[in-house]
Write a protein that binds this ligand. Structure first.
Ligand SMILES: Nc1nc2c(ncn2[C@@H]2O[C@H](COP(=O)(O)OP(=O)(O)OP(=O)(O)O)[C@@H](O)[C@H]2O)c(=O)[nH]1
Ligand SMILES: [Mg+2]
Length: 414
């Protein structure tokens, strides 16, 4: 296992700095990098050349002589010249939070789509930092970096990077187009869409699995991967959920968010996260046992805003009440408290989802010509049928129908 020093820039109250440093330590750990020392630097003493002040730089330098870390990891993004200056003085590879997160995503990405998105984000991060990254993470681990000294080589690499970005973007566009077509088909099928969002490791994939267990077709659908680590999920995946009374909707599990999520990543994942924008309802999962759950909610809402997905109706799911059962914060409403792992309060959760998603369902009567078996079929598929009888050459159906379905069948309403 490699060793690292962490450097936290102190912009928050003490306790919170410690927590964010711990989160950074966990991120490093998922790349098999162990934190051996943590330094914190008050924000007011930072300098443009080194990020840290000179006193702190000296302290870190002395410590590197004792511990010889493989990396020095900063909790904030660094510029090209800061990385170069720091590496010159410290003679150790310097990594920032962004590069660390990008590296984790790169390691975990499984599908072609996720891999392309990460590649684009990495290249965009790398482009302005080419000259500084000579000691960086990927070089030692055989990742994407291939840079050498000398401006001439550098120019060449920059052009190559631009070309690689363009190629990856084209490939991604093609994949995304296919997904969009599939989504459009779903739209046409009059099924509502629900997206699960939230900070990483809060229980989003567990929520998908829990709802699948309560779904009539639960056994036919594949469950999601759950793990106690940051960024266990790196791709969006969608399942069909069927409750009683023909109440059906699609449920999409998404990538978790984290504070200071790199912009390059948010941008390149925008295509995948489009599904959030098109959702009729967001289930915002919160780890209620986390000391900074309120900050995590704000981080998540910040990213949603960046994606243009704010303003979508949201049900807050305060999870892990088996660990901590707090009083619900009134600002986040409607909300439900659950333990997804211990199956506490799941009925209430399902009831609330139903209430919101199907609240505009109303009872209508239709007269459908017998020749239009397809229309009767649509009703049978999507609506709760209350009464059905033959009336001369038409079929009369009384059913509870959703808004989009009402629109679709307006012609037959009586
Ligand atoms: N104690 C407790 N743990 C839970 C509960 N729900 C989920 N977990 C655990 O929390 C961890 C993360 O769960 P996931 O469902 O993978 O979380 P996620 O939000 O999908 O995480 P990412 O995909 O990494 O963003 C797992 O170890 C779960 O078993 C709960 O109600 N109580
Ligand atoms: Mg997950």
């Amino acid at each position: 296992m490699k060793k690292a020093f962490l450097v936290a820039i102190d912009r928050y109250p003490d306790e919170m700095v410690r927590y964010y440093a711990e989160e950074l330590g966990n991120l490093a750990l998922s790349l098999n990098i162990k934190t051996v020392r943590t330094f914190s630097q008050p924000a007011r003493a930072t300098t443009p050349a080194y990020k840290v002040g000179e006193g702190k730089l000296d302290e870190i330098l002395r410590a590197t002589r004792e511990d010889a870390p493989d990396y020095i990891i900063f909790n904030e993004e660094l510029t090209n010249s800061q990385i170069r200056n720091l590496e010159d003085v410290l003679d150790t590879a310097v990594i920032d939070r962004t590069l660390l997160i990008l590296e984790i995503f790169a390691k975990r990405a499984k599908t072609k789509e996720a891999m392309l998105q990460v590649e684009i984000a990495q290249l965009k991060y790398l482009k302005p930092r080419l000259s500084a990254m000579r000691n960086s993470l990927e070089q030692q681990q055989g990742g994407i970096g291939s840079r050498g000294p000398g401006e001439k080589k550098l120019e060449l690499d920059r052009r190559r990077i631009e070309r690689d970005i363009r190629n990856a973007e084209t490939a991604l566009k093609n994949i995304v187009r296919t997904r969009q077509n599939n989504r459009r088909k779903r739209r046409r099928s009059l099924v509502k869409n629900v997206a699960v969002v939230g900070y990483t490791n809060t229980g989003k994939s567990t929520l998908l699995n829990t709802l699948l267990q309560h779904s009539k077709n639960g056994r036919e659908e594949k469950s999601a991967h759950v793990e106690d680590r940051l960024f266990a999920t790196l791709e969006t995946s969608t399942r069909l959920i069927r409750f009683k009374d023909k109440k059906r909707f699609t449920l999409t599990d998404t990538i978790g968010f984290i504070s200071n999520l790199p912009h390059e990543l948010v941008n390149s994942f925008k295509a995948t996260l489009e599904e959030i924008k098109e959702a009729d309802l967001l289930l915002h999962v919160v780890d209620f046992s986390h000391p900074y759950y309120l900050d995590q909610i704000q981080t998540t809402e910040g990213v949603l805003k960046e994606l243009g997905a704010d303003g979508i109706e949201t049900l807050y799911v305060f999870n892990k009440i088996d660990l901590a059962n707090n009083i619900l914060p009134p600002a986040y409403n409607p909300a439900v408290k659950v333990s997804l792992r211990e199956n506490q309060n799941i009925d209430t959760l399902i009831e609330k989802i139903n209430d919101i998603l199907f609240r505009d369902d109303t009872v209508k009567v239709y007269a459908i010509p017998q020749s239009r078996g397809d229309v009767v079929h649509t009703l049978n598929e999507h609506a709760e049928i209350l009464e059905e009888r033959y009336d001369n050459d038409s079929i009369r159906v009384k059913a509870r129908v959703s808004g989009p379905l009402r629109e679709h069948l307006r012609h037959y309403e009586i």
